[in-house]
Design a protein around this ligand. Structure first.
Ligand SMILES: [Zn+2]
Length: 195
């Protein structure tokens, strides 16, 4: 997650917003303490994650055609099983359905649900959503452990496709990024752009 700190003369209190390209902007008063602002951000982690997901999951312009629905139900479970095997992670079952507020979910019992709309995204972005949900079979939250696992798995999985120019560009962008989890960050930026 990319956070921009904004120490503001006008601000009277600490506030958070998500910019168009998925950057988290943390504003705090000029006379305030940075440590307090960061603590505020820490407390709002769940809100931030939910909001980022929501922004990324705005419904597609037109409903999926029957052909796309069929393709989603074939492709996504097959891709999930392939990636799970590669990552040595397991899930109990998978459901593909129309979801308008999120791209995927994972229950405590390891039941993964994926939005059929993922079929319209570039393949590596739907892969990233699949990896995200698989990471929830290990970590049910979005804490440090989750992000570390996600970053590492995305790195290993995308390395397989390093010859693909688009993936090469993504990996190169991540290698120059100062974000804490550079690859996850680069992927999220593309998720937001894919709307
Ligand atoms: Zn999640």
């Amino acid at each position: 997650m990319q956070v921009r700190l904004n120490r503001s003369v006008r601000a009277r209190r600490i506030s958070l917003r998500i910019s168009r390209d998925g950057e988290v902007v943390l504003t705090y008063p000029w006379y305030g303490r940075k440590a307090d602002a960061l603590r505020f951000l820490q407390q709002k982690q769940d809100w931030v994650q939910a909001h980022l997901q929501q922004v990324a999951a705005r419904p597609a312009a037109a409903p999926l055609s029957e052909e796309e629905q069929i393709r989603a139900k074939e492709y996504l479970p097959q891709r999930l099983s392939e990636i799970a095997a590669f990552c040595h992670l397991s899930y109990s079952r998978v459901t593909i359905r129309d979801m308008h507020t999120r791209l995927g979910s994972c229950s405590r019992s390891g039941h993964i649900t994926l939005a059929s709309g993922l079929i319209r995204r570039p393949w590596y972005l739907s892969d990233a959503v699949i990896i995200h949900e698989l990471c929830h079979t290990v970590h049910m939250d979005h804490q440090e452990g989750f992000h570390q696992l996600m970053e590492g798995l995305c790195r290993r999985w995308l390395a397989v496709y390093a010859q693909d120019p688009e993936i090469a560009a993504l990996l190169s962008e991540a290698s120059h990024s100062r974000a804490r989890y550079p690859l996850s960050h680069a992927l999220r930026r593309r998720q937001l752009r894919a709307l």
